[in-house]
Design a protein around this ligand. Structure first.
Ligand code: FES
Length: 161
């Protein structure tokens, strides 16, 4: 099959994101957020491109990518479920909810189900502490989650697939 040269390469797309932030102070973090928004994750292959464009070492870029838990190293599933594990949510059952989600999905926090459909992630406070346990599904915030409610939300997401 001939290579489609009309599609910009990943490196070109990364450079175009960098160009949008050129001149910004501390541009690396907003660039990484933009890359994750555009690609769904921050690929290892982006690191040397970013280092060259921003005049940083690869180790510096890699250090930032791995320090912040916001950045995924692999593409996310169609559904991204984030469960809050901060103190207020923990005090009302967040850990039981995480355990339930892991059992239901058959995958651990920080990973994607074998069928590639659901990514389960932890967060530390969604600003919804009074309504814990809190979670987010594809950016939509939920409060007072329990196992049955979470199952209902995931069933509804699966039906939409
Ligand atoms: S502690 Fe869970 S939303 Fe704040």
């Amino acid at each position: 099959m001939p290579i489609d040269t009309s599609e910009p390469s990943m490196a070109d797309r990364v450079r175009s994101v960098v160009d949008r932030h050129r001149g910004d102070r501390g541009a690396l973090l907003p660039i990484l957020h933009s890359l994750q928004a555009e690609f769904g994750y921050v690929d290892q292959a982006m690191i040397p491109v970013l280092a060259a464009e921003l005049n940083l070492s690869r180790a510096e870029v890699h250090g930032v990518v791995t320090f912040y838990h916001d950045f995924r190293a692999e593409p996310a599933g169609r559904t991204v479920l984030k469960l809050c594990r901060a103190e207020a949510c923990q005090s009302v059952g967040a850990e039981d909810l995480v355990a339930h989600a892991e059992t239901r999905l058959g995958s651990k926090i920080g990973s994607t189900t074998a069928d590639g459909q659901v990514t389960l992630e932890q967060v530390f406070c969604l600003g919804n502490c009074a309504l814990g346990p809190a979670g987010q599904v594809n950016g939509r915030l939920y409060g007072r989650l329990d196992a049955a409610r979470l199952d209902g939300i995931l069933d509804a997401e699966a039906e939409r697939a």
